[in-house]
Unconditional design. Structure first.
Length: 560
């Protein structure tokens, strides 16, 4: 199977990539920021659930500032810093470096040096509110290493307020607004979230600075509750003057995006019905399970990888469902595997149908497992189970009429078919499994030598593998007509341990039974003593069993 490459879960960077009609809101916010003339620092909150597109929205806002010389953009992602214990120090180090790179003029370098001084002040164990520890810092950075470092040493001798005042003056001198973006706040530890909000509120609230903070409100409020005695929400309100809540993504939009991405999948598999797969996704409550674009991308990447491993052996819709459970509800996935008898087979056994208590026990047990789901919608999961497992369909819908046609479950390698159930849970298939590609080679061959090469290459003369070959051919080869293959099988009959074996005979009969146009077998071949008499009699038996009209013909041939 040929599949498109993986898609990295990256935020969009341009309004042209907008999938959720947010570009106008982004443009409006950019205009508001540009029109803000006050010197006082202001904080804007971009608020949304995990995976709701906060970073993408910010990128669309910042797109309008690319060529605006009146603004300096600095991105600080605390999630990426190397040392968790010096978060504030790293913040000022980042600001200092970005300002220094923006312009080499004296004004910019003075501002960069001031920010560098704050970085040293807030290194671990260096800053204790209310104590004068600047002397020790100065001694650390003294030594005439360079002009910038010397200026840093001099500024650290001053008190914090004086240092901040000098920084404010330098910011005003450069005559530009500084936009500082702090993303992924909701991914931080509680103590780090607390530090960032204290930083924005009272340490780095410089003149002409505009903070854009991206976070999940519930996560941040919970973290701040711990220092504000369950008043984290009110603490946020004091710091974030302009909260912008991104609306939850519309299910219809998510569905459209998911289906668009699925349509872009490239499948090379002649038995795969793409229209059937797409229709199953649409009608069986599958596409509605996703809550955000990040989950969609994550799922599709996993599905692409695992599809490349299964190599067309399984029914893709069933595999898509079980992969969904595996990724988002791993415990439920394990439950299905561990209690396979609840799910396997295409109908209830006759004794199960007559035991109402047993039916209730089954459904109650499954319902209890569904109640424990952590991420996926419980009703959606139940509907997906019904769409994949006929027994579950019968149990929940109390339909025991046997009126539903499930005859293709074996041919399509459906999950509910017992012989294939295990394969959906094990990426490394058992060694004796014969793949579809092997069957295809046999169907394309047409000479004794070609068949022999295939059998030797795939070790098909080993009895267990030959038995599995017979089983696979009974599924794939509905119109098998090659008499040359029959002759080849006759020729190797005695190579299977050189003795009569019930399993060997059964496997041969299974292949003979799917052979069409048996009348094309030449009579001389049936009389050819170079072939085992046992195998020729097996072939005749299979013919007689399937077509009584030919019984006399073959009996006559044997008597000659």
């Amino acid at each position: 199977m040929q599949i498109n490459t993986f898609k990295v879960d990256k935020a969009i960077t341009s309004k042209n990539e907008d999938l959720f009609s947010r570009r106008e809101n982004a443009t409006t916010l950019a205009k508001i920021i540009k029109s803000y003339q006050d010197e006082d620092s202001i904080s804007i909150g971009i608020i949304g659930d995990w995976g709701s597109g906060k970073t993408s929205f910010i990128n669309m806002v910042l797109e309008d500032f690319k060529d605006d010389v009146n603004f300096i953009i600095i991105n600080f992602n605390p999630w990426n810093i190397s040392t968790r214990k010096q978060l504030i120090s790293d913040f000022f180090t980042k600001l200092s470096a970005e300002i220094g790179r923006t312009d080499s003029s004296e004004q910019y370098q003075k501002l960069s040096d001031g920010l560098k001084a704050l970085s040293y002040i807030f290194k671990p164990l260096k800053f204790i509110p209310g104590l004068d520890v600047f002397a020790s810092i100065a001694s650390e950075v003294s030594g005439n290493i360079g002009n910038a470092l010397q200026k840093t040493a001099e500024m650290t001798k001053e008190n914090l307020d004086d240092t901040r005042e000098k920084i404010n003056n330098e910011i005003k001198n450069i005559g530009k607004k500084i936009i500082i973006v702090i993303d992924d706040l909701d991914r931080l530890a509680d103590t780090d979230i607390q530090e960032i909000f204290q930083l924005v509120k009272s340490i780095a609230d410089f003149k002409n600075t505009i903070y854009i903070l991206a976070y999940d409100n519930e996560v941040v409020a919970t973290a701040l509750d711990k220092i504000q005695k369950d008043k984290g929400e009110r603490y946020i309100e004091k710091i974030v003057q302009v909260p912008i809540v991104l609306p939850k993504l519309n299910k219809a939009d998510l569905t459209a995006i998911f289906m668009q991405k699925i349509e872009q999948f490239s499948f090379v598999y002649e038995k795969f019905d793409k229209n059937e797969f797409i229709q199953n996704l649409k009608t069986n409550h599958f596409v509605g399970v996703f809550e955000n674009i990040r989950d969609i991308n994550r799922y599709l990447n996993v599905l692409k990888f695992e599809m490349s491993v299964i190599k067309q052996e399984l029914y893709l819709y069933d595999f898509a469902v079980i992969t969904l459970f595996k990724l988002f509800e791993p415990k439920f996935y394990e439950f299905i595997y561990n209690y396979s008898e609840f799910f396997k087979r295409t109908a209830l056994d006759s004794d199960e149908k007559n035991k109402e208590l047993q039916k209730s026990t089954y459904t109650n047990f499954i319902d209890e497992q569904i109640k424990c789901l952590n991420k996926l919608n419980k009703e959606d999961v139940k509907n997906l189970l019904i769409s994949v497992f006929p027994k579950i369909d019968d149990l929940y819908n109390r339909d025991f009429s046997n009126s539903k046609d499930r005859s293709d479950y074996k041919y399509k390698h459906r999950l509910a078919y017992s012989d294939y159930f295990q394969d959906y849970f094990v990426l490394n298939f058992a060694e004796n499994v014969i793949r579809k590609e092997t069957i295809d080679k046999i169907l394309e061959a047409n000479s004794h030598q070609e068949y022999d090469d295939i059998f030797n290459e795939y070790d098909l003369k080993e009895l267990e593998r030959f038995k599995h070959l017979a089983f696979k051919m009974s599924i794939y080869t509905k119109d098998f007509k090659s008499s040359e293959f029959i002759y080849y099988l006759w020729s190797i009959f005695d190579e299977f341990y050189g003795e009569k074996d019930f399993n060997k005979c059964r496997a041969y009969l299974e292949i003979f039974s799917i052979f069409k146009e048996k009348e094309n077998i030449v009579s001389d071949k049936l009389l050819d003593d170079t072939y085992s008499l046992d195998v020729r009699m097996l072939f005749i038996y299979s013919c007689n069993f399937s077509n009584e009209a030919q019984e006399y013909i073959y009996e006559k041939e044997l008597k000659i």
